[in-house]
Design a protein around this ligand. Sequence first.
Ligand code: NAD
Ligand code: USQ
Length: 387
Amino acid sequence: MKVLVIGGDGYCGWATALYLSNKGYEVGILDSLVRRHWDNTLSVETLTPIAPIQKRIQRWQDLTGKTIDLFIGDLTDYQFIRKTMEAFEPEAVVHFGEQRSAPFSMVDRDNAVLTQVNNVVGTLNLLYIIKESFPDCHLVKLGTMGEYGTPNIDIEEGYITIEHNGRTDTLPYPKQPGSFYHLSKVHDSHNIHFACKIWGLRATDLNQGIVYGVLTDETGMDELLVNRLDYDGVFGTALNRFCIQAAVGHPLTVYGKGSQTRAMLDIRDTVRCVELAIQTPANSGEFRVFNQFTEMFSINDIAKQVKDAGTAMGLKVEINNLENPRVETEEHYFNAKNTNLLDLGLKPHFLSDSLLDSLLNFAVKYKDRVDHHQILPKVSWRKTDNR
Ligand code: NAD
Ligand code: USQ
């Protein structure tokens, strides 16, 4: 099967492209490399030194004999995506290619607009090219668990059946996202759902939790294939950040009370979930939603796990509750369903087994690359200009 991985130079996309290539899929990567540009503008770097995409792909080919086609360009440029699709003719498109940081989207008006234009227009272009020339192509789109927010009832997978005034209907699950970034994913979901309904497209929205870890079988094969690992206050996510903080002796930055609970998964499960989604495509006209995560933790839970594992390695780990730079509910109910992917055969990795190999060991290995000025959060949800 031919699969186009959009955003294939990024964290989830690179691991997925190599995994699918290794499994015998014919893989193309489309990426504008804009994430490397955003890192430069913020003066931040991934902890792990990542090679230019062309070198990464060349190394993969030298090691495995498998080729990956590369298309460098912007998804918001319709002519570019049209030409790419016509050249590659994918049977499935996996779309990771968005601005994915909540803090980045909350810096100021410019970043909110950039995030929503980049994400919503990119996805809309994709829907149009699929409708016009590739109506059978399965769109696998990365959504996020954060689309749902933290409702005081169980979170279903995309839809909920509601009885109201004696009538019953199955409706899209209510969305209460917590940043302009998370909102962009909600807008995408609505656009994709609508396109499936009116044009008969087939799509799967993978509402992914927070991804952790740096290691997959493929990215671990060679130093030049190493994946990115972000620890800065804008692109770094909680657990990945905590491990790097532990490695350099910085107190773990728990925001607020730390009882915020989130859904999480190992990067090795991300790549497998994508494969499960493309192996069994959605039907024509179907907008399918899978909640893509394996475990739920409060931020305090993960800080404690990092502290315990770090201490066992001889690190001195402290936990610090900072004033929360975000506006979010800290004490809440959180119970989300995730059976769709398990039913398709997902065998989860668990955090307790991954913390050392896929995180703390990398954090310690590259700790000299840490820029300590980038650890504390600088973006506040309450200000309208964080620059
Ligand atoms: P990332 O920033 O590492 O990678 C995204 C890639 O997309 C980058 O290489 C970037 O250059 C590319 N890109 C962005 N806009 C583009 C455009 N207009 N045209 C072409 N390429 C473009 O992000 P990631 O962590 O790999 O996340 C990938 C996807 O998964 C995102 O959609 C994100 O919302 C979703 N997701 C990520 C996480 C997580 O914890 N990392 C969790 C849930 C969902
Ligand atoms: N947090 C801390 N300390 C930190 C960083 C974060 O306590 O140093 C807290 C935040 O306040 C928040 C929670 O941890 O309550 C999660 O924050 P995060 O930065 O780890 O993750 P988030 O902003 O939600 O975004 C990440 C990805 C995004 C993806 C999302 C999945 O960047 O692309 O969509 O996880 S989810 O959280 O399910 O929406």
